[in-house]
Ligand binder design. Structure first.
Ligand SMILES: [Zn+2]
Length: 181
C-alpha cells in the first residue's frame, strides 16, 4: 500500500477479543459484527475543531502546519477532539498547542462535514475565539504563524477551512455594517 495515500480506517477484527468480524444485519444495514462479544462496529465521522481569531486590523490567525497531512502548508489552528474533553476544551487545547494563545471568550460559529482519507469523514466544529491572552509562538519554534488579512493571507490547504473563512468574514462584515448603521 502507498503510505502517502492512507485508506480510511476499517473494522476487520474485533478490538476487544481479536476475532475476525463478519457482516451482520443490525436492523438497518449490514455492519461488521463480533459474535463472541455480541457487538456491532460502526464507522462514524471523527469530530475535530478549528479556531477563528480576528485581530483589530482584520487579520485572521493561520498557522503553517508542523504535521501531516499537508505539512508546511497553511490552515486554521485546530485538530481532533480527545475522548474525554468537550468542544470548548478541545478548542482551548489546540489553540494553546499550536499558537501559544489562551482562548478567553469563544462562541460556536458553524459545523461542516468533509470526506477524509484516514477517517472516512470529519465533522468539523468551528469556534469564533473573540478574546484571548498570551503571546503568539509556534509549537516547534520554526513553523510560521500569524494574523493575515484577505489580501496577504497564504492559501489554506483545506477546502473546508477556505469556505469557513469566507463565511466567517462575510458574517463578521455583516455584523460590523449593522453596528455602524
Ligand atoms: Zn469481540
Amino acid at each position: 500500500m502507498d503510505v502517502h495515500s492512507p485508506a480510511p480506517f476499517a473494522w476487520n477484527y474485533c478490538p476487544i477479543c481479536g476475532q475476525a468480524l463478519h457482516l451482520h444485519f443490525d436492523g438497518e444495514s449490514e455492519r461488521p459484527h463480533c459474535a463472541p462479544c455480541a457487538r456491532f462496529y460502526y464507522r462514524n465521522p471523527a469530530p475535530a475543531v478549528c479556531c477563528l481569531l480576528r485581530d483589530a486590523e482584520g487579520g485572521l490567525l493561520v498557522v503553517q502546519r508542523a504535521e501531516d497531512p499537508c505539512r508546511g502548508e497553511w490552515s486554521l489552528p485546530g485538530g481532533y477532539m480527545e475522548i474525554a474533553e468537550n468542544c470548548e476544551e478541545a478548542v482551548c487545547r489546540e489553540l494553546a498547542e499550536e499558537t501559544g494563545l489562551r482562548a478567553r471568550d469563544l462562541h460556536f460559529f458553524d459545523v461542516r462535514t468533509q470526506g477524509s482519507a484516514t477517517h472516512g469523514a470529519v465533522l468539523l466544529l468551528a469556534y469564533h475565539v473573540e478574546t484571548w491572552g498570551g503571546e503568539l509562538c509556534s509549537p516547534d519554534g520554526q513553523s510560521a504563524l500569524g494574523f493575515y488579512t484577505k489580501e496577504n493571507r497564504p492559501p489554506l490547504c483545506f477546502d473546508l477551512h477556505r469556505h469557513l473563512v469566507a463565511d466567517f468574514e462575510a458574517w463578521f462584515q455583516g455584523k460590523e455594517n449593522m453596528r455602524r448603521a
